[in-house]
Design a protein around this ligand. Sequence first.
Ligand SMILES: Cc1cc2nc3c(=O)[nH]c(=O)nc-3n(C[C@H](O)[C@H](O)[C@H](O)COP(=O)(O)OP(=O)(O)OC[C@H]3O[C@@H](n4cnc5c(N)ncnc54)[C@H](O)[C@@H]3O)c2cc1C
Ligand SMILES: NC(=O)c1ccc[n+]([C@@H]2O[C@H](COP(=O)([O-])OP(=O)(O)OC[C@H]3O[C@@H](n4cnc5c(N)ncnc54)[C@H](OP(=O)(O)O)[C@@H]3O)[C@@H](O)[C@H]2O)c1
Ligand code: SF4
Ligand code: SF4
Length: 511
Amino acid sequence: MPHVVTQACCGDASCVYACPVNCIHPTPEEPGFGTSEMLYIDPATCVDCGACVSACPVGAIVPGHRLPDEQARFADINAAHFEPAGADAARFPVDPSRRLPLAPIDHPRRLAADSPLSVGIVGSGPSAMYAADELLRHPQVSVTVYERLDRPFGLARFGVAPDHLATRSVMRLFDDIAGHPRCDIRLGVAVGTDVTLDEVRNRHQAVIWAGGAPTDRRLDLENATAPGVLSATALVGWYNGHPDHTDLDVDLSSSRAVVIGNGNVALDVARILTADPESLADTTLAPRALTALRSSAIEEVVVLGRRGPAHAAFTVPELVGLVDTGVNLVVDTADLASAAELVIDDVTTRTKLDLLAEVAGRPPADGPRIRLAFHRAPAAIRVDNDGRATGLAVDHTRVGASGTVESTGISETIETSLVLTSIGYRGVAVPGLPFDDTRGVIPHDAGRVVDHDTPVPGVYVTGWIKRGPSGFIGTNKTDSAETVGSLLADYEAGRLPAARPARRRVLSRLG
Ligand SMILES: Cc1cc2nc3c(=O)[nH]c(=O)nc-3n(C[C@H](O)[C@H](O)[C@H](O)COP(=O)(O)OP(=O)(O)OC[C@H]3O[C@@H](n4cnc5c(N)ncnc54)[C@H](O)[C@@H]3O)c2cc1C
Ligand SMILES: NC(=O)c1ccc[n+]([C@@H]2O[C@H](COP(=O)([O-])OP(=O)(O)OC[C@H]3O[C@@H](n4cnc5c(N)ncnc54)[C@H](OP(=O)(O)O)[C@@H]3O)[C@@H](O)[C@H]2O)c1
Ligand code: SF4
Ligand code: SF4
């Protein structure tokens, strides 16, 4: 039986270069790679050699005959990718040549310069570690990683859900990169606070800013800052033991919590709040959060999408992770009606809608539940006399012809004393660097930081602060490869500024 890519796939494409018969797609060179929710194995050409299994950093590839029940659906999901119809036929055209054994090969190229090159990387999240890995392929390059926290790897540690242990195992790969003899990692050094960016620039010929998007998008809503309203950023940090959020006051005394937004972060939060706490005891959940969850009164988490099911931001692999793992998931058939009016011809959306329809047809079950609600836009937070949240007023919506969210004129109030906003993350400005305040990113040209179209010499950017807060862990690999490609081209062309000897004061702080 052919091998199958399953839920934990983070899209880094390592398997693509390991497969001798080129049956894993889309490859980074193919259309659709940047928007694909995962990679897929073509069952018609897989020869079951198993080479991809050891290449995968998160254990996402399983031989078909060993698929556990909760992942069984992925065999069909992989196969469906190779039978595209409608819009997918254009997005993922079936190129007959890809059924031939012409395996893509990842050739590290030899640089045309050999003087030592020292690069500083700010941040130690996935984008930073992939950039370091790409640079360290070249013997003349040494890398210093500066991380403000006392533990490395950014959202791979403090974002990925504690029960997603396979995904979290990507940190083993990052550990290997950090342990490279030409990689030096400095923890507890916040660039901009403990040392200035200029001091780091003086120390290295090039600096890559990989600081991520550390804050959340704010909801412009009446009473949005009332006690009882929290951001998913803070809650995720709290249950993952992020030092900035350890003391968060999370009120779990209400029988219902409401999550605004229905991306993958919203699903993570809903799953953790409704899970049996004992099932989380052997995960990486922060001990303080485990204690709080053990006395939680939450019976229902409502996940609100302002648009319909066809526009839900969560991905199919994460939805399968709820549908097939015994989670008590509830969907109202009425909420799916809008999708029936649409012509859906991409396989991913079709799969999502089929899964939701299957859930809507299930009989009610006992125990804490997650309700996926659609066509509900937040309108106001209701508060009591003390100003604490008591409910969320929502407007029922329809999606207009131009894709805009319109109110139907019907509204309701959902009672709750815990409202979580999960409407996306946001980058913050870095002193000394240009910033696009509308998008919350550092402007760049192929990873070179640019100020009004002029490159800032020797300064580069990668990850969420470069492209915005979207994509999986592995998405940062191709992103960082682009940035490192620009940096190395500048090094070869002699365009990098020379490193200046650091002053004694700086040296002592940087170690
Ligand atoms: C809640 C959540 C769950 C996720 N789960 C998954 C998942 O299951 N699977 C998946 O594939 N993807 C997941 N993702 C997406 C994935 O985590 C991101 O694509 C990825 O982490 C982005 O990497 P980054 O390096 O740009 O940023 P980050 O991971 O945020 O790393 C940035 C790092 O820079 C450090 N830093 C910031 N400023 C400074 C400074 N001034 N000086 C020094 N250091 C600094 C930060 O402390 C941090 O360590 C998730 C994202 C979130 C938010
Ligand atoms: N397991 C995983 O692989 C995993 C886990 C977590 C995160 N991630 C990735 O990390 C990235 C960030 O995830 P995310 O969940 O934070 O963001 P996201 O996928 O961008 O979802 C944001 C959600 O917020 C909604 N929203 C935005 N503004 C709103 C408003 N004003 N009012 C109401 N709703 C609003 C969006 O609705 P609209 O669509 O209508 O705008 C959308 O439902 C994603 O790429 C995600 O896939 C991956
Ligand atoms: S098992 Fe072998 S042939 Fe099949 S996808 Fe993996 S590497 Fe390719
Ligand atoms: S995580 Fe990477 S190596 Fe594993 S299946 Fe996905 S793309 Fe392939």
